[in-house]
Design a binder for this molecule. Structure first.
Ligand code: 5GP
Ligand code: ZN
Length: 138
């Protein structure tokens, strides 16, 4: 447990939350400030800052539960699909520094946008980017 971590406090029962799923490793609860009906956060019970620090098996489990919750929202809430999003570090919008994944149920006509495509590669830049990533992933 990390002092003053709001998600650690929820996991310890020191703060209330609307829990939608729980097992020995994972807790999932409604986001306090939802962007859609059923917006859920899937959180490992052990504290990791974000995906950079979390072990691969923890990441795999969190995403597996995220899928289950998304499907449950389709089956039980009338969602027609869902987004699974993880913000890693401040520049990416991370506000709570305890690894979590957002499951955002999507409804016909909800007009949420996560697909704004604004970046334009300069001449030759895309090839450079692929080369650098290929190298970093070796
Ligand atoms: P981030 O931007 O770090 O990916 O998202 C953090 C999320 O946690 C936000 O969507 C925010 O609404 C949610 N959140 C922050 N504090 C609390 C809380 O005390 N309880 C719950 N249920 N959600 C919280
Ligand atoms: Zn924590």
């Amino acid at each position: 447990m990390t002092e003053n971590c709001v998600f650690c406090k929820i996991i310890k029962g020191e703060l209330p939350a609307r829990v939608v799923y729980e097992d020995e490793d994972v807790m999932a609860f409604l986001d306090i400030n939802p962007v859609s009906k059923g917006h859920t956060l899937v959180v490992p019970k052990k504290h990791y800052r974000n995906m950079v620090d979390a072990p691969d098996d923890v990441i795999a489990k969190i995403y597996t539960i995220a899928k289950k919750i998304g499907v449950a929202a389709m089956n039980a809430l009338g969602a027609k699909g869902f987004n699974v999003i993880s913000n890693n570090e401040k520049v990416a919008g991370q506000e709570v520094f305890h690894f979590h994944v957002h499951v955002i149920p999507r409804y016909t006509g909800d007009e949420l946008r996560y697909d704004v495509k604004g970046y334009k590669y300069a001449e030759g830049e895309a090839d450079e980017v692929v080369k650098k990533l290929n190298e970093a992933l070796k």
